[in-house]
Ligand binder design. Structure first.
Ligand code: SER
Length: 327
């Protein structure tokens, strides 16, 4: 009998790369449009698309899957520029993964845990400039972006399958922006945060595409991975819902710039506002309420705004860009 495997889609993306490292000792198969750079002995990578049903059939025939981490998606900025592609990948691609899950459940009559990363992009506060932390049930009826709409639709489909199919264990986190010291995001709108931080260490210039007062919730990558691992390891009967907000800190773009000036006093910022991207971030909440995740599965970020920089980002960025500290 072959081992059960975990399937990760979008494996070459930022979360995918971090999750593969975390699962380096486990049996993992991955899909991505790109070749993968890291590989472990228990890991087989398929270069291909989640829209390719032959590929998904091949995987269904060859493996018993007990966990799916469906990370493949077109992010918010790119999705606005190419809505058809975004709909295909984000909605039809996710439906293909749901279908694969149902085949697996039928074939093996075993539970299958499906992890789906959703986003603060499902909220739309464009006409509601609240300063309150946004709860899971608020402001989520009409997302501003194609990306947000597709995430919300897939959340609903996942919940519906979970309600009608006993062995389909659907778990979802609505992520804030994620900042990694190792990788750079692409195609998203919260990308300005990572771009400011990497630019300040790597060179002395950055042209920021959102206004200085723009404020969004963020976490750093180790906390994103911690949250996924915590959520999937909790017993199903402890979970009171399928969807959870998580967050840590909510800096303005100017807060990020000021913080990076502590490490590079020559860091030069100019602002060249991209109105389309500004409108996208203006529709997202400044802060979100993660009390349900704290109560149900003990979520707590390891990193706050200050120690995210001092203990994680800055030391790792110095290493990554081979920079000697002036201490
Ligand atoms: N960080 C993503 C983006 O900016 C949202 O989930 O598109």
């Amino acid at each position: 009998m072959q081992n059960k495997v975990k399937l990760i889609t979008g494996a070459c993306g930022e979360i995918g790369q971090a999750l593969i490292k975390k699962f380096s000792k486990e049996h993992v198969i991955t899909i991505d449009l790109n070749k993968i750079s890291s590989s472990y002995s228990n890991h087989r990578h398929f270069v291909g698309s989640i829209l390719d049903n032959d590929l998904l059939d091949e995987i269904n025939n060859q493996y018993q899957i007990d966990e799916i981490y469906h990370l493949a998606a077109v992010l918010s900025t790119k999705a606005e520029q190419n809505p058809q592609l975004a709909h295909d990948v984000n909605v039809n691609g996710t439906n293909n993964l749901y279908t694969l899950s149902l085949y697996q459940i039928k074939k093996y009559n075993q539970p299958l845990m499906f992890f789906f990363p959703s986003s603060i992009a499902i909220y739309n506060l464009i006409d509601n400039n609240t300063l309150d932390k946004v709860h899971e049930n608020q402001y989520c009826h009409n997302p501003y972006t194609v990306y947000g709409q597709s995430k919300l639709l897939c959340e609903k489909n996942g919940i519906n399958y979970a309600k009608s199919i006993n062995n389909f264990d659907f778990r979802c986190i609505r992520f804030p922006g994620i900042i990694s010291s190792e990788t750079m995001p692409s195609g998203g709108t919260s990308d300005y945060a990572s771009e400011i931080i990497h630019a300040a260490i790597n060179n002395n210039e950055y042209s920021c595409f959102v206004k200085d007062e723009t404020k969004l919730p963020f976490i750093v990558m180790p906390d994103a991975i911690l949250a996924i691992i915590k959520l999937i390891n909790v017993r199903k009967n402890q979970l009171n819902q399928h969807i959870y907000n998580i967050t840590s800190f909510s800096p303005t773009a100017q807060d990020l710039i000021n913080k990076m000036k502590e490490y590079n006093s020559n860091f030069n910022i100019n602002f060249s506002i991209d109105n389309d991207r500004q409108n996208i971030v203006d529709s997202w909440p400044n802060d979100i309420d993660d009390l349900l995740a704290r109560n149900d599965w003990g979520w707590e970020a390891l990193y706050n705004f200050n120690n995210a920089f001092s203990n994680y980002l800055i030391p790792n960025l110095y290493k990554k860009y081979n920079i000697k500290r002036n201490v």
